[in-house]
Design a protein around this ligand. Structure first.
Ligand SMILES: *Cc1c(COP(=O)(O)O)cnc(C)c1O
Length: 387
């Protein structure tokens, strides 16, 4: 019998770049030496002190039982301590923190917990595709909010039509941003909180890159804004912060009601993360964060090399302040898709077309800095020859 997918699954927006993927597969089979700058997954290892803690925790049989649904106290306490130390924000570890099996899981389930069919959710365009897909699967309507290149890829909130604001229930934000690498200061969050509060719209801020920042820049938390907890939650993740993508550990903090709503869904669908992983992640958040300095210096150096190489051939990119990506302008009049296909075919370099992140990504491509320095330098050379 043929399994018939649900209507929402059948009607999922198609992945636009199957062509590009097919080409990638063909070239791989032919043994072409491809450099993949499309990857959003750190190439550097998890720091040893976290792995050592995991091994210790694995020797306690009590850790093999189910976790409580909202996460173990050690991890929730570590998140709350991290917010106090790093952002000077008080978080109640019992009511305002939820352990997640990676923030992607939490994003999808929060949408399911809050959104009814035809509810509108405001989604930055371009952005991490999971927001839009989660809204679609929940039967909601994703309304793209254009990120303005002339305003450091911040949204022009005042330009959202009134009838959309009236119907919208939830808005996603993400800084430091994937894919644009844009960052904000606290004044942007102050404006956003005031604006969405006025319109009765909840905020979900995705801070996956909050600890991947360069130079003197420190990413603020939206919860630093007075009264933010009335309407906002913030997603955090160990994935990019501590090179732990495969571990699947993240958290949601902020508005108590939203956290409770998420727990209602999660306690019926999953049983939280393996305790040794939560406890090792707790040690990471409780650490002095000195690990970040050297790790972030690696991304910064790679970013500078790639930025300069692109600038030398007339391609401008975002300033280097946070995230693991450069957001670069497609040269000439090619579309993002065509440029990326040609770069792959003629130079063996994989980058992600901006339109993979929304229609406002047209005219851009995304370069990942999570590849070893030597390969990045080689890629820069090939891009130069290609042009
Ligand atoms: C990588 C990424 C995530 C996913 O993080 P996990 O915690 O590994 O699920 C979330 N948001 C953005 C913007 C990302 O780039």
């Amino acid at each position: 019998m043929k399994a018939v997918p649900s209507r929402n699954v059948q009607q999922m927006p198609p992945y636009l770049f199957s062509n590009l993927n097919r080409k990638k597969e063909t070239l791989k089979r032919q043994g072409v030496d491809m450099i993949d700058l499309g990857i959003g997954d750190p190439d550097l290892p998890t720091p040893p002190f976290i792995i050592d803690q995991l091994i210790k925790e694995l020797n306690h049989p009590d850790n093999f039982k189910y976790s409580t649904f909202n996460g173990c106290p050690e991890f929730r306490h570590a998140v709350s301590e991290f917010y106090l130390k790093h952002f000077h924000v008080k978080i109640d570890k019992d009511k305002e923190v939820q352990t997640l099996i990676g923030s992607k899981e939490g994003i999808a389930h929060l949408v399911q917990a809050m959104i009814d069919p035809d509810d509108i959710v405001l989604i930055p365009d371009p952005s991490y595709p999971v927001y839009k897909m989660a809204v679609h699967l929940a039967g909601g309507k994703a309304y793209p909010v254009r990120l303005d290149p002339d305003n450091d890829f911040k949204p022009d909130l005042e330009s959202i039509p009134h009838e959309i604001l009236q119907k919208a229930k939830l808005a996603f934000l993400n800084y430091p941003s994937n894919p644009t690498g844009a960052t904000v200061n606290i004044d942007f969050f102050e404006k956003a909180v005031a604006f969405f509060k006025k319109h009765g719209i909840y905020i979900a801020h995705d801070s996956a890159y909050n600890l991947v920042t360069f130079g003197n820049y420190q990413a603020p938390s939206i919860l630093q804004v007075d009264g933010a907890k009335d309407i906002a939650v913030e997603f955090g993740s160990l994935s990019k912060a501590f090179n732990m993508t495969g571990w699947r550990i993240g958290y949601l903090v902020g508005n108590e009601e939203m956290i409770k709503t998420l727990l209602t869904v999660k306690s019926n669908l999953d049983s939280c993360q393996f305790l040794p992983i939560q406890k090792a992640a707790a040690i990471a958040l409780k650490s002095d964060l000195s690990f970040l300095k050297e790790r972030n210096a690696v991304y910064e150096r790679r970013g500078q090399v790639m930025r300069q190489a692109l600038r030398n051939i007339g391609i401008e990119t975002n300033p280097l302040k946070g995230s693991i990506f450069l957001w670069a302008k497609v040269p000439g009049s090619m579309t993002s898709g065509a440029f990326c296909e040609r770069l792959l075919e003629e130079a063996g370099v994989v980058v992600t077309p901006g339109t993979a992140f929304g229609k406002n990504g047209e005219g851009y491509f995304r370069v990942s800095l999570s590849v070893p320095d030597k390969r990045l330098e080689e890629a820069a050379k090939r891009i130069k020859q290609f042009l």
